[in-house]
Design a protein around this ligand. Structure first.
Ligand SMILES: C[S@@+](CC[C@H](N)C(=O)[O-])C[C@H]1O[C@@H](n2cnc3c(N)ncnc32)[C@H](O)[C@@H]1O
Length: 193
């Protein structure tokens, strides 16, 4: 299966969006609440309908960027928010995106990628982050099989993958997952080396 733009657009067109929880994930908002500044440059890749971006905008964050392959998903986000230069909405490929960010927030983007791309994801996240920047968010904790998306993974796999580029600050069972994902998610904070 080719997990390209056409694939994701058709998932949105057919309303096959089981990943969409309809609101900002509490774990990500709890994390954002304790960030030292609302002016941090935050990237949300594979943001889909962008609930976290909308919530962060409402919380006063000033440098938000979302990127997604799907124009229709991003249109839905655009329709919900007022025109603002505090949130940049980019229709495009994460792997071709360049920029400099203090935080990258992850939720169901990594698990949606072909597992062959995992090393590229780690490396590209590293390059998109400024010195001291962090990749933080949710990673699924169930066995990686050929079936997906979502594709699973484990603490051991994520440690091996990310420690080439990041210091593993946190990688533990998420205590505030949404109910259907309870016990199946890890919360991670990876700091750029
Ligand atoms: C499983 S959905 C998750 C959406 C969102 N993170 C959420 O939790 O609702 C994966 C998203 O990643 C996007 N996507 C997949 N590959 C991408 C890529 N290479 N660059 C940017 N977005 C991508 C898809 O269009 C889709 O919106």
């Amino acid at each position: 299966m080719n997990l390209d733009k056409t694939y994701w657009e058709s998932r949105y067109e057919e309303s096959q969006t089981g990943w969409d929880i309809g609101y900002a994930a509490p774990a990500l908002m709890t994390y954002a609440d304790q960030l030292p500044s609302k002016d941090l440059r935050i990237l949300i890749p594979g943001a889909g309908y962008g609930h976290e971006a909308e919530a962060l905008l409402n919380a006063g964050f000033t440098h938000l960027t979302v990127i997604d392959l799907s124009a229709s998903a991003l249109q839905r986000l655009q329709q919900r928010i007022p025109a603002t230069d505090r949130l940049k909405i980019i229709e495009g490929d994460f792997f071709e995106h360049s920029g400099s960010y203090d935080r990258i927030l992850e939720q169901t983007f990594f698990c949606a990628l072909d597992p062959k791309l995992r090393r590229d994801y780690a490396r590209h996240s590293y390059h998109l982050l400024a010195s001291g920047g962090k990749l933080a968010g949710l990673f699924f904790d169930f066995p990686l099989t050929k079936q997906g998306p979502p594709f699973g993974g484990s603490t051991d796999e994520y440690t091996a993958l990310f420690s080439e580029y990041f210091r593993i600050k946190t990688l533990e069972r998420c205590y505030n997952s949404i109910k259907p994902r309870a016990g199946k998610e890890l919360f991670a904070i990876f700091e750029k080396i």
